[in-house]
Unconditional design. Structure first.
Length: 385
């Protein structure tokens, strides 16, 4: 039986690489459903090629266009709107849901998929940043496994294979450091979006590429690791590793450190999430350890304020990571639209953190209202700049 996969965000960086994995193993996987936000033409082309049972476009204004592009393929059901995404992930035949959309929008479909007992291949880290506690509770209650796709978390997950209940003493979370690793604070103040979009080792969507340049991405990954592996933030160490070869590591009670290494290629963690616990052939470059030295440095929290703010948010807990996520989504887009400079992003996030109502025990509705309030506050601050 082929595994039936729902890919949420199939037109993006992770989504298209997931389809490449399916291409390589058509005997094992089938795309049951593909979804996108706006890009109807790409979505229609994908539908033509992969013949899924359904496609969903989140932007309802694009429904007619998608429908007409697929008019000659009546077997493919066409839907539009956020609610349609929530509903499609519950479809009976789906085995696994790959959450590869961007931002807060990932939260609700992930909750629906968990409640429908689907296996979650989690790329959308914002879901765990915003509502890690809720998601973990639900995953346990509904026996829905969450398998990480993020390369660092996949590396940790792979390092934990076979460890049973052995306690984690420390997680070593690696970071490339982004394009501005060696910049001074003064230089950071004048970098452009074109500079920030040039990631040294990974090719990814625009939002996460900017988050990598500010290192907010690494802050989010600390939060993601806390929830996925049940490890407090003070046992998660961030290491700058410019080569992106050691994808992360785990240290155990006896001092043993297990890591997963490989060339930077997201198809490996995507494929592993789909085949876990099995490993199958992947047609990618093999690691050549003679090629370059492996280096590790401490991150500079004074220079990369976003990473410091993320740590602060974890310490504070409650809805604070949700506030940071929402403010970050606003400034990230603001920076891409030339509405603020690079270093203003962390200033606005910090101010938003101090202005939005804090809740120490949020539930789903709290997350939704916090997200809305934090977006409003951050948007105001962005406009005032
Ligand atoms: P991307 O921008 O390349 O693609 C995003 C996809 O999601 C597109 O298909 C888009 O149509 C869809 N989408 C965007 N907003 C949406 C919305 N509001 N509702 C429904 N669909 C929406 O992004 P990406 O780089 O593939 O990243 C996707 C997720 O995976 C992010 O959460 C990111 O942090 C995470 N991730 C990405 C990488 C990577 O290498 N790209 C690595 C680790 C984690
Ligand atoms: Mg990562």
């Amino acid at each position: 039986m082929k595994k039936q996969i729902a890919i949420l965000g199939s037109t993006g960086s992770i989504g298209t690489q997931a389809l490449q994995v399916i291409d390589e193993h058509p005997d094992l996987f089938e795309a049951y459903c593909l979804t996108a936000n706006n890009r109807v033409k790409e979505l229609a082309e994908q539908a033509r090629r992969y013949n899924p049972a359904a496609v969903v476009i989140a932007n309802e204004d694009k429904y007619e266009e998608l429908k007409s592009l697929l008019a000659d393929l009546p077997d493919i059901k066409v839907y539009a709107g956020k609610q349609a995404i929530d509903e499609i992930v519950e479809a009976g035949p789906i085995d696994m849901v790959l959450t590869a959309m961007v931002g807060f929008a990932g939260l609700n479909p992930t909750i629906h998929a968990i409640k429908a007992h689907k296996g979650i291949c989690l790329a959308n880290k914002e879901t765990l940043v915003v509502a890690g506690e809720l998601i973990c509770e639900l995953a346990q209650k509904y026996h829905a496994p969450i398998i990480p796709v993020d390369s660092e978390h996949s590396a940790i997950f792979q390092s934990l294979a076979g460890e049973g209940d052995n306690e984690i003493e420390k997680i070593l979370l690696t970071a490339s450091g982004g394009p501005f690793r060696n910049f001074t604070k003064e230089q950071l103040a004048t970098v452009t979006k074109a500079d920030a979009l040039k990631h040294p080792t990974w090719s990814m969507g625009a939002k996460i590429t900017i988050d990598s340049a500010t290192m907010m991405n690494k802050g989010f990954e600390v939060i993601e690791a806390k929830w996925l592996f049940g490890v407090p933030a003070d046992k998660i160490q961030v290491l700058i590793h410019p080569q992106s070869i050691v994808h992360s590591a785990v240290q155990f009670a006896d001092g043993a450190v297990k890591a997963q290494l490989g060339v930077p290629d997201m198809r490996l963690p995507i494929q592993y999430a789909l085949t876990y616990p099995d490993r199958i052939h992947l047609n990618e470059d093999r690691l050549d350890l003679f090629k370059q030295p492996l280096e590790f440095f401490e991150p500079d929290l004074d220079k990369f304020r976003c990473l410091a703010l993320a740590f602060e948010a974890i310490k504070k807990g409650g809805n604070m990571p949700c506030i940071v996520n929402a403010a970050n989504e606003i400034v990230n887009r603001g920076f891409l639209e030339d509405k603020c400079g690079f270093t203003q992003m962390s200033d606005i996030i910090e101010k938003t953190m101090s202005r939005v109502s804090f809740s120490s025990a949020p539930d789903y509705d709290t997350y939704v209202s916090t997200d809305a309030e934090a977006r409003r506050v951050a948007t105001e601050l962005l406009g005032a700049h």
